[in-house]
Design a protein around this ligand. Structure first.
Ligand code: IMP
Length: 202
């Protein structure tokens, strides 16, 4: 039986990850499924280090394969902010969105370019290995919020190729094109080709 802990307290992320991975694993656990709370401080300025730390600490504690995502939004006109601090840029999603819109006040469309980055760490405690997968999506920060799907900064992230904001996309569509979806799909391909999955399918 292939089991995976998804080490996040972010419900939006959790749903996207489970939906993208589908039957890659037989059973998924969230941190809420365990009585013991494992505290992991995301103290690195590097996404991949935070992702690795989260996956390792939780995976070692519960002795199970563990996935962690560290992601963020980098806005060109703000010198890459909020970046690795995206989750801490305000008290809640609404507040963070208002702050970004405020900081971009007066910035014209062509200078509102942004990128979402996702680093996915997959840790196997039995082998002691951590694999890292990366995905990104480029777009623009709109002048106001639009759409009510998704989570986080989705309502202000505009994708010119689709003529839509991320918060206007159904989860399945978002997962096909998003930073997280790309990283997870790379992980799926790797696992399907790798002996790890084949050896566990038997
Ligand atoms: P962390 O990875 O837990 O540090 O949090 C990443 C933060 O980046 C989230 O709390 C969101 O604010 C933002 N973020 C990451 N991915 C997305 C996304 O797909 N849509 C909207 N916001 C996101």
């Amino acid at each position: 039986m292939r089991e995976l802990i998804i080490s996040t307290g972010n419900e939006g992320k959790y749903k996207e990850i489970v939906s993208t991975l589908g039957d890659t694993f037989d059973r998924y656990y969230s941190l809420g499924d365990f009585d013991e709370k494992v505290v992991v401080e995301e103290d690195s300025p590097l996404y991949f280090e935070n992702a690795m730390k989260k996956a390792r600490k939780v995976g070692d504690r519960f002795n199970m394969a563990t996935l962690a995502d560290d992601s963020g939004l980098e806005i060109e006109a703000l010198g890459g902010k909020p970046g690795v601090l995206s989750a801490r840029y305000g008290i809640d999603d609404k507040d963070r969105i208002e702050r970004v819109l405020q900081e971009l006040n007066g910035v014209p469309w062509e200078k509102r370019g942004a990128v979402f980055k996702a680093y996915i760490a997959l840790y196997m405690p039995d082998k002691g290995w951590v694999y890292i997968f990366y995905g990104q999506i480029k777009g623009f920060i709109g002048f106001e919020a639009k759409g009510d799907l998704g989570f986080g900064y989705d309502p202000i992230f505009y994708i010119p190729q689709l003529g839509k904001y991320l918060a206007e996309l159904e989860m399945e569509t978002k997962n096909r094109i998003s930073h997280r979806g790309k990283a997870l799909n790379a992980m799926k391909e790797f696992l399907n080709a790798d002996f790890f999955i084949r050896s566990r399918k038997r």
